[in-house]
Design a protein around this ligand. Structure first.
Ligand SMILES: NC(=O)c1ccc[n+]([C@@H]2O[C@H](COP(=O)([O-])OP(=O)(O)OC[C@H]3O[C@@H](n4cnc5c(N)ncnc54)[C@H](OP(=O)(O)O)[C@@H]3O)[C@@H](O)[C@H]2O)c1
Length: 335
């Protein structure tokens, strides 16, 4: 059952979404405008399954002749239909390579990174999109990391750093970290990363902490690598009904939180975005040549979000999270 705190939080999120939504911008229109920036690029997207935002981003980018599209996710069986659909719909499909990557397993991440480095010496754009939300049962990875933090942040932290040589092989590398407005719900609990090992486990807080980590990771990347030309942005996709992200959340809880009506349909009071509206921010972050001055900032609904909460933009917390993440993966990454 949702606690009062998290229900209030959900209400705030709806209000914030209303304030920031820009429904005019769509991924296809923006990608057409930025066509010249996409041509010839090598782009890697994590978390690609048929109904998800990662698959939508892949399909839009594929229309504009990237050199190589690498689609990484935990199930090859989910990536294959996405590739088939792109090949069937794009007149001149680019080369698309699937990559098996289970972000919950550091050994899988290391294996995938090694495969990637064999595949290509250059990655121009990395979109860290994979995620899980509000897993109902408390769980940790084999390395003992709380599951949301592990999949949504630590796995991406490790993968990104392991392929950094390929990113730095690009004249203008970009790393995009997909967050959620849910990040408002929790700072990084530096003294309690594992959420009291599940005592009084609150799934929303687990998701929120991991989504704060996504924003601090962008900031941390800029602090470590901005001087080497790396750009990194957080992207808040907004609410998009119909993807797989809510699958762990019981319908009764989604209704209680005001996300769904009694019949299970998306609550029209929430300014849901279509995937095309949502992924416009991915395209902007990944390819817009005129946003370098905003390095490290967060894009929501196609604009830079000036209302990012202090706990998600504190440079000291970004550095602290970097060090903590290094400990969690047992490897230091100094640049
Ligand atoms: N949709 C929204 O309303 C919304 C709102 C705010 C933020 N977001 C964010 O947007 C991103 C994309 O979400 P979505 O809505 O497109 O949801 P989705 O359809 O569930 O996509 C998430 C993807 O992550 C993959 N994934 C999950 N666990 C993984 C793991 N251990 N290793 C590798 N890949 C894994 C999933 O694979 P499987 O299919 O195998 O599970 C899936 O491909 C997420 O970061 C989410 O937090 C979404």
């Amino acid at each position: 059952m949702a606690s009062k705190d998290t229900s209030d939080q959900a209400t705030k999120l709806v209000g914030r979404e209303k304030a920031s939504a820009n429904f005019d911008l769509t991924s296809d229109v923006l990608a057409s405008k930025l066509h010249d920036q996409i041509v010839g690029k090598t782009v890697l997207i994590t978390g690609v399954s048929p109904t998800g935002l990662g698959a939508h981003a892949a399909a839009v980018i594929a229309e504009h002749s990237p050199k190589l599209l690498i689609l990484a996710s935990r199930r090859l069986s989910a990536i294959t239909p996405v590739i088939d659909s792109i090949v069937a719909s794009v007149s001149q499909p680019p080369r698309i390579v699937p990559l098996e990557l289970d972000l919950a397993s550091q050994s899988s991440v290391r294996k995938a990174a090694a495969e990637l480095l064999k595949l290509t010496p250059v990655v121009d754009v990395l979109i860290n999109n994979a995620g899980v939300m509000m897993l109902q049962d408390y769980a940790t990875t084999p390395e003992g990391v709380e599951m949301h933090l592990a999949i949504n942040h630590v796995g991406h932290f490790l993968f990104t750093n392991l392929i950094m040589s390929a990113l730095l092989g690009s004249p203008q590398p970009r790393v995009i970290n997909i967050t959620s407005a849910a990040y408002f719900g929790s700072p990084i609990r530096f003294d309690d990363l594992n959420l009291r090992y599940g005592k009084d486990y609150e799934p929303f807080v687990a998701y929120a902490q991991s989504k704060t980590a996504n924003l601090l990771f962008s900031l941390g990347l800029v602090r470590k690598l901005g001087a080497k030309g790396l750009l990194s942005f957080g992207v808040d996709p907004g609410g998009v009904a119909g993807t797989g992200i809510n699958r762990a959340i019981p319908m009764s809880d989604q209704i209680k939180r005001g996300w769904r009506l009694e019949d299970g349909s998306p609550n029209p009071a929430i300014p849901w975005k279509t995937p095309a509206q949502s992924v416009a921010s991915y395209i902007m972050a990944a390819f817009d040549p005129d946003i370098k001055d905003h390095n490290g900032e967060t894009i929501a609904a196609g604009i830079f979000d000036e209302g990012v909460a202090p706990h998600a933009k504190d440079p000291e917390d970004a550095d602290k999270l970097w060090t903590v993440s290094e400990k969690l993966v047992g490897q230091e990454f100094a640049y």
